[in-house]
Write a protein that binds this ligand. Structure first.
Ligand SMILES: [Zn+2]
Ligand SMILES: [Zn+2]
Length: 422
C-alpha cells in the first residue's frame, strides 16, 4: 500500500515565511551573548513575524471561509500585548529606529518553597560561578538555598517579557493561524520541505503551545547554582506516551484504564493505577502530567537529589506550564509523610521535611490543581511485608497541605501569566 500523497501547500508564501521565523528564532537564541548580532537577528525576525499575516491576507480571495475565521484571529491579536508589540515594533524597526534593547541578569534566589526573592543584576556574560557567588554574598544574599541566573534581553516597550519568550509566543499564535488556513482547505499537513535545521519542519500547531525546541533552548540560558557552591544540573526528563508501551503496561498490570478526564477528575483513576503499579513493582516514580482543559499536553518524569533540586525541578515545571499553556497539573509519586510534632503545630511550621525524619511513613500521593483553583488529593499508605511484598492501603481524601509546596512555583507562574495577559 502506498501512503496517501501529501497535499501541496495551499498558502506557500505565508507558510514558508513562518518557517523562516522559526529558523530565525534559533539564530536569535544563538546570538544571545553577542549584542550586535542579537539586535541584527531581532530586526529581521520581527518584520517577518508581521509579514506572515500579510502574506495570508493577500490570498484571502482563494482561502475558504477567510471572512469567518480571520476576523477571529484579528480580534484575539488586538487584545494580545505580544501581537500589538509585533506590529508596533515592525513599524519602529523599518521606519524609525532600533528597538530599545536592555540586557540584564535576573537572579532568583530560593531559600525554600515559600521564601524567594528576585532581583536584577548586571553580570558579565562569562563570569564564573565563584565570582557570581561572591557578588551575591557581598550583596547580602544568605549562603543558603539556590540562585538561578537568567540572562535577559528586554525591549523597553515590553518590559515584562524576555524577548525569546515574546517572539516564541508570537510564533505560536502565527503557527496556529497558518494551521487554521490549512484546515480551511481540509488539510493538516502539506508538502513544504523541511529545512536543514532538524526542528524546522512544515508541521503546524492547532493550539497555542510553544515549540518544544524553543522551550528547551530558553531553559539552556539559565544556570542554577547552590548558594554554598556548585552548579545544579537537574532537569525533568521528557516522557512521551507511546500507545504501544501503554498497551504492554496494561497487559503487565492487568485491567488498567488510563484516566481521560480533566486533572482533578483524574485523581482517583491515577491513584488506582499507581497502587497497582506499586503493589506489583514495589516502587513508583514521580511524574508530572500537564493539562490544557482535558487534554494532556506534557508528561515529565521527575527525579530529585536533595530538597533544593526538587524545588528547581518544580521551577522547571512552572516554565513548562507556561510553554504548553497548561491550566491543570497532576503530580503522582511515592513520598514520605510524618505527623507534625506538638511544637510544630504550636508554631505552625515544619522544622524538618518528612523525608528526613525518623517517624516518616511511606505513601503514594496523587494530587491535582487547576489554574482556576480546583484541587484534589489522595494518599495511600504503603505497607511493606516481611517477604518484600508491598500493600497499598485504601486511599484517603486528605487536605491539600501535603502537596501544597510543590505547587507554589506553578501558582506563582499562573499569577505572572495573568499579569502578562496569557
Ligand atoms: Zn503549508
Ligand atoms: Zn526549532
Amino acid at each position: 500500500m502506498t501512503p496517501d500523497p501529501v497535499p501541496p501547500c495551499p498558502v506557500p508564501d505565508a507558510h514558508r515565511r513562518l518557517m523562516d521565523c522559526h529558523a530565525q528564532w534559533h539564530l536569535l537564541h544563538e546570538s544571545y551573548y553577542d549584542p550586535d548580532v542579537f539586535r541584527l537577528n531581532l530586526n529581521s525576525l520581527v518584520p517577518n513575524l508581521r509579514n506572515v499575516t500579510w502574506l495570508l491576507q493577500k490570498r484571502k480571495a482563494v482561502i475558504p471561509d477567510f471572512e469567518t475565521w480571520y476576523p477571529q484571529f484579528q480580534q484575539s491579536a488586538a487584545s494580545s500585548e505580544i501581537m500589538k508589540w509585533v506590529v508596533k515594533s515592525r513599524n519602529r524597526i523599518t521606519k524609525e529606529s532600533d528597538l530599545e534593547l536592555l540586557s540584564s541578569s535576573r537572579v532568583v534566589w530560593i531559600r525554600d518553597w515559600l521564601q524567594r526573592a528576585e532581583g536584577t543584576a548586571s553580570f558579565e556574560p562569562r563570569k564564573t560561578t565563584p565570582e557570581i557567588l561572591l557578588t551575591l554574598y557581598r550583596n547580602g544574599v544568605p549562603p543558603v538555598g539556590t540562585a538561578t541566573l537568567k540572562r535577559r534581553w528586554v525591549d523597553k516597550a515590553l518590559p515584562d517579557w524576555e524577548l525569546l519568550a515574546a517572539t516564541s509566543e508570537a510564533y505560536a499564535r502565527l503557527s496556529q493561524l497558518v494551521w487554521t488556513a490549512h484546515r480551511a482547505f481540509g488539510i493538516e499537513r502539506c508538502d513544504l520541505p523541511d529545512r536543514s535545521t532538524e526542528c524546522v519542519t512544515s508541521a503546524l500547531a492547532d493550539s497555542l503551545v510553544r515549540l518544544p525546541c524553543m522551550h528547551l533552548a530558553q531553559s539552556e540560558l539559565q544556570t542554577h547554582i547552590s548558594m554554598s557552591g556548585g552548579v545544579y544540573e537537574e532537569e525533568a526528563k521528557r516522557f512521551d506516551f507511546d500507545p504501544e508501551k501503554m498497551e504492554e503496561a496494561a497487559v503487565r498490570y492487568g485491567e488498567l484504564a488510563y484516566p481521560v478526564s480533566g486533572p482533578v477528575e483524574n485523581v482517583p483513576g491515577f491513584m488506582a493505577m499507581a497502587r497497582t503499579m506499586m503493589e506489583r513493582d514495589g516502587s513508583h516514580g514521580t511524574f508530572a502530567f500537564l493539562y490544557s482543559g482535558q487534554q494532556q499536553v506534557a508528561v515529565r518524569a521527575l527525579q530529585f537529589g536533595d530538597q533544593q533540586s526538587k524545588i528547581l525541578i518544580f521551577e522547571g515545571i512552572a516554565d513548562l506550564v507556561e510553554s504548553t499553556r497548561a491550566d491543570g497539573v497532576v503530580i503522582i509519586g511515592e513520598s514520605w509523610t510524618a505527623l507534625q510534632t506538638e511544637k510544630e503545630k504550636e508554631l505552625k511550621t515544619v522544622f524538618f521535611p518528612a523525608r528526613d525524619r525518623l517517624d516518616r511513613m511511606e505513601c503514594l500521593t496523587v494530587y491535582a490543581l487547576t489554574r482556576d483553583g480546583r484541587h484534589a488529593e489522595l494518599v495511600s499508605m504503603v505497607e511493606r511485608g516481611e517477604n518484600g511484598e508491598t500493600r497499598c492501603a485504601e486511599p484517603m481524601d486528605v487536605s491539600f497541605e501535603a502537596g501544597m509546596n510543590t505547587m507554589v512555583p506553578i501558582k506563582l507562574r499562573w499569577a505572572d501569566m495573568q499579569k502578562r495577559g496569557i
